[in-house]
Design a protein around this ligand. Sequence first.
Ligand SMILES: NC(=O)c1ccc[n+]([C@@H]2O[C@H](COP(=O)([O-])OP(=O)(O)OC[C@H]3O[C@@H](n4cnc5c(N)ncnc54)[C@H](O)[C@@H]3O)[C@@H](O)[C@H]2O)c1
Ligand SMILES: Nc1nc(=O)c(N)c(NC[C@H](O)[C@H](O)[C@H](O)COP(=O)(O)O)[nH]1
Length: 221
Amino acid sequence: MHVVVNAAMSADGKLSSRRREQIAISGEADFERVDRLRADSDAVVVGVGTVLADDPHLTVKDETLRGQRRENDRPANPARVIVDSSGRTPPDAAVLDDAATTYVCLSEAASVERRAALADRAELVTAGDERVDLLRAFATLQEQGLEQLMVEGGGELIFSLFEAGLVDELRVFVGPKIIGGRDAPTLADGEGFVADFPSLDLESVDRLDDGVVLTWRVADR
Ligand SMILES: NC(=O)c1ccc[n+]([C@@H]2O[C@H](COP(=O)([O-])OP(=O)(O)OC[C@H]3O[C@@H](n4cnc5c(N)ncnc54)[C@H](O)[C@@H]3O)[C@@H](O)[C@H]2O)c1
Ligand SMILES: Nc1nc(=O)c(N)c(NC[C@H](O)[C@H](O)[C@H](O)COP(=O)(O)O)[nH]1
């Protein structure tokens, strides 16, 4: 399995404002880059915080890219994966429509009622007691044939994936805005590290519009 984390952040490292409202950090060229990355992936992964904040669809937007996937005997869109301990994903979320297979990764804490509300729209994966055990959940996804994973946020999930040692690559668009705010989501939130910080090897730096795309490989720990 190969896991790429992709995000757009402001020059001060924020993913959105303290209101958790989506902000146009990047422009058209970056959305096209993200679309190509989605098209190259077997699944696009987000945390439930992102579903609740943005209601993303997580599909490939370019018809030519969807057509190329079909020619290669792949579904037009990659699968979608939501990491959602207690099953808070709204049943009418865009990510649960029939444009692609959706997996909802739950913990044992998800109630029978929440499971029932999601069961006919998604494949349910259970791993972990209170929170989703990401190592186990990702192993189950791999058993389903999902090898190339792209993670689109948010900051809580991205931190946990680094903590679990599951990230192979980080691609981040750094855009020409200051969002500020100590409560605004950043690229990696959660508890934060105090030692054994994951370190990164810089692979490429590409200017895009008035920002820059940084590609890093995660060094072995
Ligand atoms: N700029 C970007 O590229 C970008 C991309 C995605 C999201 N965002 C922004 O990020 C914000 C949402 O991020 P967030 O950090 O609140 O939520 P998130 O999407 O990271 O989801 C976190 C939630 O996932 C669940 N979860 C279950 N198991 C977990 C585990 N082991 N580790 C971590 N989480 C686990 C928990 O319910 C947790 O609250 C929104 O404001 C959204 O607009 C920005
Ligand atoms: N590339 C990028 N630049 C940004 O400035 C920004 N705010 C995001 N945010 C990513 C976020 O996850 C979006 O919600 C999805 O890109 C929506 O995906 P859909 O179009 O619904 O498929 N992404």
